[in-house]
Ligand binder design. Structure first.
Ligand code: IMP
Ligand code: MG
Length: 179
């Protein structure tokens, strides 16, 4: 698996150190508030688990599952919700946690549905990675782990065709080339 990686962008220790900082900020920002964290599966699984263990607040955790990639390295443009019902976030402050902000389509679709159907008090976004490239939807992430160049990355939850999620680091794949 490791031999498929061209270069390591963020070793495990760097990821954990950055999550310490994000968790400290989030803890201060949400102290005394009714917080629900919504993890966007599957990519945000590792990140959310490590982040929440560092946030000592009485929060709730929900998950949402969306698909937009269908095994390719370029977004299909269509965001499909995998569950019938949305999380019960009425009257709560919501922090949506995702692995990476790329085109913005996924988070835009989630935010639009939350605001239209769920009556949250507030919705903020936390992503581990933010790709520096023009977005198809303008999305502002309130908490960003690392900005990255426009490269396809895997590891620490991020996949290529459902593989490489279990790598402890984040790296660039050898064989995927985007035009
Ligand atoms: P967006 O809708 O284009 O912003 O992409 C969001 C989703 O696409 C993320 O939650 C990831 O699952 C996936 N994605 C985007 N870029 C990458 C990448 O470089 N590696 C792996 N998955 C990615
Ligand atoms: Mg994915």
């Amino acid at each position: 698996m490791d031999q498929d990686i061209e270069k390591i962008l963020f070793p495990a220790t760097d990821i954990q150190a950055r999550i310490d900082e994000l968790a400290a900020r989030i803890t201060e920002d949400y102290r005394g508030k009714e917080l629900t964290v919504v993890a966007v599966l599957t990519g945000a699984l590792m990140f959310t688990a490590d982040l929440l263990r560092r946030i000592p607040l009485p929060l709730k955790l929900d998950c949402i599952s969306v698909a937009s990639y269908h095994g390719a390295a370029e977004s299909s443009g269509e965001v499909k919700f995998e569950q019938l019902s949305l999380p019960d976030i009425a009257g709560r402050h919501v922090l949506v946690v995702d692995d990476i902000l790329d085109s913005g389509l996924t988070l835009d679709a989630i935010l639009s549905r939350f605001h239209a159907e769920c009556r949250p008090l507030s919705v903020r976004i936390c992503v581990l990675l933010s790709k520096q490239r023009p977005r198809r939807k303008e999305i502002h992430a309130n908490y960003v782990g690392f900005p990255i160049a426009d490269e396809f990355v895997v590891g620490y939850g991020l996949d290529y065709d459902e593989r490489y999620r279990n790598l402890p680091f984040i790296g660039v794949l050898k064989q995927v080339r985007q035009g």
